[in-house]
Design a protein around this ligand. Structure first.
Ligand SMILES: [Zn+2]
Ligand SMILES: [Zn+2]
Length: 346
């Protein structure tokens, strides 16, 4: 069973997932290995992966053996597991707990060679609906405090299988990046009675220089203090804390802006590896019922998607300080992304 260990100095949890069975040789610098011929996510190979949690066709859920468009299954080598007691234990200065959680894989399309910008808008909207459904399902487990939906695209971004897929990791603690973000949002709200993100969005729309794409319901821009070149965030225009409450009618416009953005990135940056992460509300039904625990969350937090192209290596200074040196101004990045014409060559 994986274990969560708490670092009392950095105040950070680490998942020790020794079951994933990596030996020193697995980490040695690798030459570019050729793409393995066998893909476990391709249609016809379903028996090589764990039994699916849900399978979707164009019109919604279908049987495990039916033709599919999107497939959700447990990760074969999970970082966290659903079974087990969740007790926070201690020895000496250290806290630890069982690695209770969930780790799922969402195969985005049966077509091995298709990437997100190649999917039809209906297909991409179905995928977003599946994300929403996984959040809904996992957040019913009150042991889980946070559900992170993310995608690693390309080996340099951490993808080990090239077949298009995303992942879901549900954790029994709120990840530190999220909890510090939630706290900033809450502090701003307590001070000003306004949503910090709505304020930022208004500024970005008024200024326009960092906006990359927008439609009636969503806006994508390079953050003012982008950590890495071409970092892009996508926000719903209308304030909402929880991605789960996104209406069906908003999924198509979200699919449209995401597809446009990823097509622009692919063209402008020569198909870069990237990480895409959802930042949405934590589980308010879990954990200790502390007084006022996220009580203003619906007003102060604003869900969004963060995309980080992996064009530069995180080097010693960033790694050691959490302080980033970004060689591309977000204004330049946004202009570059606005000016390419996907549709044409993409
Ligand atoms: Zn495949
Ligand atoms: Zn807001």
């Amino acid at each position: 069973m994986p274990e969560l260990r708490h670092d009392p100095i950095q105040r950070r949890w680490v998942i020790i997932a020794a079951e994933r069975g990596r030996r020193p040789a697995d980490f040695m610098p690798r030459r570019e290995e050729p793409e393995p011929k066998f893909c476990p996510f391709c249609p016809g190979h379903e028996e090589k992966t764990p039994a699916p949690i849900r399978v979707y066709g164009a019109k919604g859920p279908v049987g495990a053996n039916d033709p599919w468009l999107v497939r959700v299954m447990p990760n074969k080598f999970p970082a966290l597991m659903v079974e087990g007691e969740l007790d926070r234990l201690a020895y000496g200065p250290y806290d630890y707990m069982n690695g209770v959680g969930a780790h799922e894989v969402i195969v985005e399309t049966p077509d091995h060679g298709q990437q997100l910008p190649d999917l039809s808008l209906d297909h991409l909207a179905l995928l977003l609906d599946v994300y929403r459904e996984r959040l809904d399902d996992l957040l019913r487990d009150t042991r889980l405090r946070y559900v992170m939906i993310f995608k690693n695209y390309g080996r340099l971004a951490g993808a080990t299988v090239s077949h298009p897929h995303s992942q879901v990791i549900a954790t029994p603690v709120t990840p530190r990046t999220l909890s510090s973000e939630l706290r900033s949002a809450m502090d701003h709200y307590h001070l000003k009675e306004r949503c910090l993100y709505c304020d930022v969005l208004a500024q970005e729309l008024a200024e326009g220089v960092r906006v990359v794409a927008e439609n009636e319901h969503f806006v994508a821009y390079c953050p003012y203090a982008s950590r890495v070149p071409f970092e892009v965030h996508v926000f719903p225009r209308r304030h909402a804390a929880d991605f789960r409450h996104t209406g069906k009618n908003r999924l198509l416009p979200l699919a449209a802006i995401l597809r446009e953005l990823l097509a622009r990135m692919r063209l402008a940056l020569d198909d870069p590896p990237y990480n895409l992460l959802f930042h949405t509300a934590p589980n308010r039904d879990s954990g200790a019922k502390r007084a006022g625990y996220w009580s203003t969350l619906d007003f102060d937090f604003h869900w969004h998607i963060e995309i980080f192209p992996r064009l530069t290596q995180v080097a010693g200074f960033e790694w050691g300080t959490g302080f980033y040196i970004n060689p591309t101004a977000p204004e330049t990045a946004a202009q570059f992304l606005r000016e390419v014409q996907p549709g044409g060559g993409a």
